[in-house]
Design a protein around this ligand. Structure first.
Ligand SMILES: Cc1ncc(COP(=O)(O)O)c(C=O)c1O
Length: 379
């Protein structure tokens, strides 16, 4: 039968993620009409709980975009960067680079500031770039999934605003696992998606859109259709989506966000992610030759990156992946492009451990024990 050979691996990659049993079961809830009275039964609590997880930031409205994280990032570019604007895309890794690509392919006047892999945004270098380029809009990544770096979203947004520009944040791999700090950072728009720390399948991009963003969008031409936050907002305000949503995902999201807010609690979820970061860091201390890759003080609570000893190679990490599969796990052998660059420089690769969403500390401890045993067979 179709599906008989689908393997139910425990996903320790950085998204998609392992789904809670209740979320899986919620996939069986009834399909519904998105313009029918059944719709608000799902989307009213979804919107309310999204705001609760965001810390109820005043003046922000969540918009749910069909697609994934990239769709909401593209919408922010199309809606908030005008043809006469300059946009500075600040990158600490592959997903910061993605924002720049989105700006370029949409014909925007875009420049980039890049930091070395594993490094966070440096305030002094950012200030120099802001003074040099005088951008109107600046994009950056809250939590860089390729390197495991978390930036100080408040400090970065403040510096951008102090230099007369408007910040837009990609919070795809952190929202739901740590405070988004929207109230404090006051970004023009904060973007995220379902398949990372929120613990859901992929399928929706989520944008927290400020009133200021709506005013700015009104001055921007050619915003597209599904990428137009003004068209989207018309439906979001009545707890709907602009185009037909994935009803299965909406049902699952309704159940999962209620669990996060009313059962686990938002504070409890954030604390669990911090605890898992501690577990991952402690494990690196007992693993001979393995080191934490991300800059100290800027290490993500939703994933950890490890620099491997000199004898490790990309091919050996692929073997590790297959050995971990035999134990029922999906291992993440690191971001391909970074490891290729490291190999070109004669350096050993990095790998990632995703500890986001509904992975529990004891599950992570068990995973790291098995991983340690597997890694120690290599030298
Ligand atoms: C930080 C970050 N931004 C953007 C994206 C792109 O999101 P998606 O794959 O949902 O389109 C990802 C995906 O991993 C990500 O981690």
């Amino acid at each position: 039968m179709i599906g008989d050979d689908f393997v139910d691996l425990k996903l320790f990659i950085t998204g998609p993620i392992l789904l809670r049993e209740e979320v899986r079961r919620a996939g069986l809830l009834p399909e519904f009409g998105h313009r029918d009275s059944e719709n608000p039964k799902r989307f009213e609590p979804i919107m309310r709980n999204l705001l609760a997880i965001a810390g109820n930031p005043k003046g922000y409205t969540p918009i749910i975009f069909n697609g994934s994280g990239t769709n909401v990032l593209e919408a922010s570019i199309r809606s908030l960067v005008s043809d006469s604007d300059k946009v500075l895309n600040v990158s600490v890794g592959a997903f910061g680079d993605l924002y720049h690509t989105l700006a370029v392919v949409n014909g925007k006047n875009a420049v980039q500031l890049k930091f070395a892999h594993g490094k966070a945004i440096d305030m002094q270098e950012l200030e120099v770039a802001l003074k040099e380029h005088k951008p109107d809009v600046v994009t950056f990544t809250h939590n860089e999934t390729a390197t495991g770096v978390i930036n100080d979203v408040v400090q970065v947004c403040e510096l951008i605003r102090a230099n007369g520009a408007l910040p837009i944040v990609d919070g795809v791999s952190i929202f739901g696992g740590a405070p988004s700090m929207i109230s404090e950072a006051k970004p023009l728009m904060y973007c995220t998606s379902t398949q990372k720390s929120l613990g859901l399948p992929a399928g929706f991009g989520i944008g927290f859109v400020s009133e200021e963003a709506m005013e700015k969008a009104a001055t921007v031409e050619n915003r597209g259709y599904t990428t137009d936050i003004i068209a989207q907002m018309g439906k979001a305000k009545i707890n709907q989506t602009l185009t037909t949503p994935n009803g299965t995902l909406a049902n699952q999201m309704c159940v999962q966000l209620d669990y996060i807010v009313n059962s686990e609690t938002v504070a409890g979820r954030f604390k669990r992610h911090e605890d898992m970061r501690t577990i991952a860091h402690k494990w690196s201390e007992i693993m001979d030759g393995y080191e934490l890759f991300a800059q100290e003080g800027f290490r993500s609570p939703s994933l950890t990156t490890f620099k491997t000893p000199s004898y490790m190679t990309i091919d050996k990490l692929k073997e590790v992946k297959e050995l971990m599969r035999e134990h029922g796990y999906l291992f993440d052998p690191g971001y391909g492009k970074i490891n290729k660059e490291l190999a070109d420089q004669g350096e050993s690769p990095i790998f990632r451990v995703g500890h986001m969403a509904d992975i529990m500390p004891e599950m992570l401890t068990e995973y790291l024990e098995v991983l340690g045993e597997v890694l120690n067979t290599f030298n």
